[in-house]
Design a binder for this molecule. Structure first.
Ligand SMILES: C[S@@+](CC[C@H](N)C(=O)[O-])C[C@H]1O[C@@H](n2cnc3c(N)ncnc32)[C@H](O)[C@@H]1O
Length: 238
């Protein structure tokens, strides 16, 4: 990464080609780093997010910014063999790992800001730890709502900044000091400095809820878990 790109990474803003290149680069360590950083809890958060999509056997779901596919796999358990789950991402490095992990699912190249799917073509759309990376959040939300049929759900699983001590202190220590250090051991300190910065500049839970309502979703709700570090939002498409 060039010095100016490294500076942008630390500020939590990167142009799309650099986000894509960063995930291509860290794909090989991504799953392991998730397990180390969350003590394995990320699987439980994905289960809760998948539950909030309220899918049933035979349904169709889209997992946007699917990465190595873990949330798509969780959704596929709810739709069963009669249903279909598509995972979409713009990092071929991440998609390659997802395809190896779950060859029975469809993993396709696509930009979340211009999804290559028809209107109303899914019963639900989800994004796990991806919305924070969108260069235009309202556009990403509009696209997810567009491809979901009326009455279907949009689910967003994301890291959020706890506002009250002592968790806010722990969060700062963990994300600002420990995570970049772990990233250095994993061989990519810039990527894991970008992570806490991108969390800091992302809207808080109330702000994300408002952004979902602003693009026309209704019945927008969220739950906070992991002591307020993780937010799972759900909205219904009208
Ligand atoms: C932190 S990873 C999350 C992966 C996965 N959803 C998970 O739960 O672990 C973020 C993913 O978002 C993807 N991404 C970021 N912006 C994107 C965009 N505009 N279009 C498609 N994928 C995007 C990246 O390539 C990366 O795979």
């Amino acid at each position: 990464m060039s010095p100016s790109a490294a500076g942008s990474a630390r500020s939590g803003t990167l142009p799309e080609p650099q986000v894509q290149a960063m995930f291509d680069r860290i794909a090989g360590v991504y799953d392991l780093m998730n397990s180390v950083m969350t003590a394995g809890l990320h699987h439980r958060w994905r289960e809760r997010a998948a539950d909030m999509a309220a899918l049933g056997p035979g349904d169709r779901a889209l997992d946007v910014a699917t990465g190595t596919g873990d949330l798509a796999i969780e959704l596929s358990r709810r739709v069963g063999p009669q249903g279909e789950v598509v995972g979409s991402d713009f990092s071929e490095g991440m998609l390659e790992l997802a395809r190896r992990k779950a060859p029975e699912l469809r993993f396709e190249h696509g930009n979340a800001l211009a999804l290559p799917y028809d209107d109303d073509s899914f019963d639900a759309a989800s994004v796990g730890f991806g919305a924070r990376n969108f260069s235009d959040l309202p556009q990403g939300l509009r696209e997810m709502a567009r491809v979901v049929r009326p009455g279907g759900r949009v689910v967003i699983l994301e890291i959020t900044t706890p506002e009250r001590p002592p968790l806010s202190w722990f969060f700062r220590l963990w994300f600002d000091r420990v995570v970049p250090l772990l990233g250095r051991f994993a061989g990519d300190s810039d990527a894991y400095s970008y992570l806490p910065s991108s969390v800091r500049r992302f809207p808080n839970a109330r702000g994300l809820g408002a952004a979902m309502s602003a693009v026309g979703m209704v019945d927008v709700r969220w739950l906070l878990t992991a002591g307020g570090i993780i937010a799972i939002h759900v909205g219904t498409v009208e």
